[in-house]
Design a protein around this ligand. Structure first.
Ligand code: AGP
Length: 566
C-alpha cells in the first residue's frame, strides 16, 4: 500500500512529484524516492523515512515518485523505489505484490542480470530490459510483453527515454488529464488542485504517454477511447490542513460534531432501505475500524428484527457459498481501496449480489463498484487511525435501521463534551502503561473493540476490546492489581456490565466507566449520555497515550491509511 505519482508534460515534474508524494505519504512512509530523465540520462534519489520536498536531480519533463509501505524486503534504501534496470535505462515504481517474482528473478539471473534489492519490484524493469534486448521493438512493446508475465497485484509507472508507461491490476491507479500534460497517481489527491479531469483505469488497463500522446489499452490490448470524467468533489482545505492542531488525528477527532451532521445527509437512503427490505438477511463486511462499525450495525439491525451478519473482509471464504441466496451486502470502507474488500465485492457481484457501499472517498474503486453509495461525507481523513469515518458510519447505520438518533442533538452534546473528555483522559495516562482491557455488551462490544484498536494503533500498548460477559471465561486471568479496564455501557446492558466490572474489581482491576450515570464500581467516571458517541473518549485517550510516549499518532509504525494488498 504504497503511493505512486508520475508527471509527463512540458513542465519540470520534480516539484509536482515531490509535493504529490507529500500528499500520498499516508499510504506508506517507510521510504520514498523520485526519478527523472535529464540530458537523456535517468537520475534517481531515494531514502528511508518520510518525504521531504527539497528539489533533487535535474529538470525533467517525465518524473516518477513513490512512497513505500514495505511488503517484500526490509525497510532500507536499496529496497526503496524507484527500482532500476541493470542498464539504468528504465526506472520504475510499483504498488502491490508480484507473486511469481522469484521465478522471474531466477530466469533473469541465469541470463546474467544482477539484483541489488530484496524487492519483487526490481524484477519488472529488468524483465522489460530483457524483452527489449536484441529486438527492434522498443520500450512500449517490451512493457506490454512484461505485463503478460506478471502474476499478482500491481500499479506501475515506468520511464524510459521520453516515454512514461503505466498499468494497473488489483491496485488503484488514476490519470489526471491537464493541458499537454498528464498525472498518474494512486488516487486523485496529488493532482486535484491542478485538474479535475480524471480517467479511472479499469483492471488490466495499461498505456503510455509519449510526445504529448496518451494511449490506453485494456487487458486484451484493445485500444480504449480516452474518456476523462470531470469530478466535482474538491479537497476542502479544512480537511487537508491541520489548522491549529498538532496532528491530523486530533483535528479529525474534533471535527466530529460537524461530520456527524454531514453524515446524516443521505440522498440514496430510501433506495438502500428498500434494497435491505427486499433481502431476508444481509451481510455486513469491512476491515479494521470499518469492520468494527459493521459489528455495531449488526446489533442495530437485530433490534429491528433483521439478521445482518458481520464478516471480516479477509475471512470471506467462509460465506462465499451463501452468495447465491444473498440479495444484498453492505460494505464499509473509508478509503474505498481495501484489497480484501475489493475481492469480496468482485465475488459477490459475480453472483448478482447488490452492493450498498458506505464509503468516504468519492471516485474510489469501491465507490464505483457499489450499486448504491451512502457517502460518509467525513471529508479527507489523513490520520492513519480512523476516527471521524467510524462515527459517520454509525450515524448512517442508525439511519438505515431507523434507530432513534437525532444527529443535531448528538452534535451539540459532543461540542460541549469533547474538551472536558480530553482533559479527563489526560488524567488517566499514568494509569495505563502495558495492558488495557475494554469491555462492552450489545452494540458496545463494537465500541470496546474500536477503542482497543485505536490504542493499539497509535500507542503500541496491548489493548483488548471484548464482550464483557466473556471475561470470566478466560481473560479474567490477566487481571491483577490496578489493571486498567474501560467499561462502556448502554441502558439495556448496564446492569450486566456493572456485574462484570465488579468481578474485575474483586481481582484488583481499576475500572474506568464510560456511562450515562456514575456507578459505585467505577474508580474513574467519564459521563457520556449517548452510547453511539462512547468511542470518542477512547479516541482521545489513544491520542494522548501516543504523544505521551513521543510517537507520531498520524503515522503509526508498520501501518498505512489504505491497505491495497491482501
Ligand atoms: C483504522 O484506524 C485503520 N486505519 C484500519 O484498520 C482501517 O480501518 C482498515 O484498514 C480499513 O480501511 P478502510 O475503511 O479504508 O477500508
Amino acid at each position: 500500500m504504497c503511493g505512486i505519482i508520475a508527471y509527463a508534460g512540458e513542465k519540470d515534474g520534480r516539484e509536482i512529484v515531490l509535493k504529490g508524494l507529500k500528499k500520498l505519504d499516508y499510504r506508506g512512509y517507510d521510504s520514498w524516492g523520485i526519478a527523472g530523465i535529464s540530458e537523456e540520462k535517468i537520475w534517481l534519489h531515494k531514502t528511508t523515512g518520510t518525504v521531504n520536498t527539497d528539489l533533487v536531480g535535474g529538470p525533467s519533463n517525465i518524473t516518477i515518485g513513490h512512497t513505500r509501505w514495505a511488503t517484500t524486503g526490509r525497510v532500507n534504501k536499496a529496497n526503496a523505489h524507484p527500482q532500476l534496470s541493470n542498464d539504468n535505462k528504465i526506472a520504475l515504481v510499483h504498488n502491490g505484490i508480484i507473486d511469481n517474482y522469484l521465478k522471474i528473478k531466477d530466469n533473469l539471473t541465469r541470463k546474467g542480470y544482477e539484483f541489488s534489492s530484496e524487492t519483487d519490484t526490481e524484477t519488472i524493469p529488468n524483465l522489460i530490459q530483457s524483452h527489449m534486448e536484441g529486438k527492434k521493438e522498443g520500450f512500449i512493446e517490451a512493457f506490454r510483453e512484461t505485463l503478460k508475465e506478471l502474476q499478482g497485484s500491481y500499479a506501475i509507472a515506468a520511464i524510459n527515454n521520453n516515454t512514461l508507461a503505466f498499468a494497473r491490476q488489483d491496485s488503484p491507479l488514476v490519470i489526471g488529464v491537464g493541458e499537454k500534460e498528464i498525472y498518474i497517481a494512486s488516487d486523485t489527491s496529488p493532482f486535484l488542485d491542478k485538474t479535475n479531469k480524471v480517467i479511472f483505469l479499469d483492471e488490466g488497463d495499461w498505456g503510455y504517454y509519449k510526445d504529448g500522446e496518451l494511449a490506453i489499452f485494456d487487458s486484451k490490448d484493445n485500444k480504449k477511447e480516452i474518456k476523462a470524467e470531470e469530478i466535482k468533489w474538491q479537497q476542502e482545505d479544512e480537511h487537508t490542513k491541520k489548522q491549529d492542531f498538532p496532528h491530523y488525528m486530533l483535528k479529525e477527532i474534533y471535527e466530529q460534531p460537524n461530520t456527524i451532521l454531514k453524515s446524516a445527509e443521505q440522498p440514496n437512503l430510501e433506495e438502500a432501505k428498500q434494497a435491505i427490505k427486499e433481502s431476508s438477511e444481509i451481510f455486513l463486511t469491512g476491515s479494521g475500524t470499518s469492520y468494527n462499525a459493521c459489528l455495531a450495525a449488526s446489533s442495530f439491525f437485530s433490534k429491528q428484527g433483521k439478521r445482518a451478519t458481520p464478516i471480516l473482509a479477509s475471512e470471506h471464504q467462509d460465506i462465499e457459498h451463501f452468495f447465491d441466496n444473498t440479495k444484498t451486502m453492505i460494505i464499509v470502507s473509508q478509503s474505498g481501496e481495501t484489497a480484501d474488500l475489493i475481492e469480496v465485492v468482485d465475488k459477490a457481484k459475480a453472483k448478482d449480489v447488490r452492493i450498498i457501499g458506505i464509503i468516504n472517498v468519492p471516485g474510489s474503486t469501491l465507490w464505483r463498484k457499489s450499486d448504491i453509495v451512502l457517502g460518509m461525507n467525513a471529508g479527507q481523513e489523513i490520520g492513519v487511525a480512523s476516527t471521524k469515518a467510524y462515527t459517520a458510519t454509525l450515524i448512517i447505520f442508525s439511519k438505515l435501521t431507523g434507530k432513534q438518533t437525532n444527529e443535531q442533538e448528538l452534535s451539540n452534546y459532543l461540542t460541549q463534551k469533547i474538551k472536558p473528555w480530553h482533559s479527563q483522559v489526560k488524567e488517566l495516562i499514568k494509569k495505563i502503561n502495558k495492558d488495557l482491557f475494554i469491555i462492552g455488551r450489545g452494540e458496545a462490544v463494537s465500541y470496546a473493540k474500536e477503542t482497543a484498536l485505536k490504542v493499539k494503533e497509535v500507542s503500541y500498548i496491548r489493548a483488548e476490546g471484548m464482550a464483557g460477559g466473556e471475561l470470566k471465561h478466560g481473560t479474567l486471568a490477566l487481571i491483577e492489581e490496578n489493571t486498567p479496564v474501560i467499561a462502556i455501557t448502554t441502558p439495556k446492558t448496564r446492569q450486566d456490565l456493572v456485574n462484570n466490572a465488579l468481578e474485575i474489581r474483586s481481582r484488583g482491576g481499576y475500572i474506568i466507566g464510560i456511562d450515562k450515570e456514575k456507578q459505585e464500581c467505577y474508580d474513574y467516571f467519564i459521563p457520556c449520555k449517548y452510547p453511539i458517541l462512547s468511542v470518542i473518549p477512547g479516541q482521545l485517550l489513544a491520542y494522548e497515550l501516543s504523544i505521551s510516549k513521543g510517537y507520531n499518532p498520524d503515522k503509526p509504525r508498520n501501518l498505512a491509511k489504505s491497505v491495497t494488498v491482501k
